[in-house]
Unconditional design. Structure first.
Length: 201
């Protein structure tokens, strides 16, 4: 990250020379390791926050449960989001998995504008897309996740672990039935939309 960082600092220096107010925020510089899987992060880690005595809460979502990642055949890793326990401001985001170097940009922007995990959770993300894992991690900060179009929280929250599908704890039977019902309704709505589009064409 030395190249982009130097460019970032160079712009700030040029602004100062021109009599403007140069701005450099080292706390929101993204770090990327171009390995397989890719690793990217911005902000603080849990260990750093513990050492600093900062109260925090964290949410994590695995690419194993992400539709786009499954379609790509690359489900290794997860997105982890850390937010302040009281203000909910995002303090750090850590990503291991497909296109982590691209996904981290959303987290950088969120932190630069002091966004909360709820802000990210409420933003509509394209489906299916890898970026949905970021949204799901934001939801998980408050122990919520979206499964089959249904927001689950508390005891109903799906706990998906990093690893094989056999390790995943699925929702209670009643919740699963509700999810199936919603999915069928979504498919019916999608079919209706496609019919309308076909008529227009």
């Amino acid at each position: 990250m030395s190249g982009p960082r130097r460019g970032y600092e160079g712009v700030a220096v040029a602004e100062r020379i021109a009599g403007q107010h140069g701005h450099v925020s080292f706390a929101t510089i993204p770090w990327v390791i171009y390995t397989s899987p890719e690793i990217a992060w911005v902000g603080k880690t849990e260990q750093q926050l513990k050492a600093e005595g900062v109260p925090y809460k964290a949410g994590q979502f695995p690419f194993l449960a992400n539709g786009r990642a499954r379609a790509l055949g690359d489900t290794t890793g997860f997105v982890k989001m850390i937010a302040h326990a009281e203000t909910d401001e995002v303090l750090g985001v850590h990503i291991i998995g497909p296109m982590a170097s691209e996904l981290i940009a959303e987290a950088v922007m969120a932190m630069e504008f002091k966004a909360s995990s709820e802000d990210i959770a409420r933003i509509c993300h394209a489906h299916p897309s890898l970026s949905e894992a970021t949204k799901e991690a934001a939801l998980a900060v408050d122990a919520q996740q979206v499964v089959g179009g249904v927001v689950l929280g508390g005891e109903e929250c799906t706990s998906l672990l990093v690893g094989g599908a056999e390790d995943a704890k699925l929702p209670r039977p009643g919740v699963t039935e509700k999810i199936d019902e919603v999915q069928r309704a979504l498919f019916r709505s999608l079919s209706a939309v496609l019919d309308v589009v076909s008529d227009i064409e």
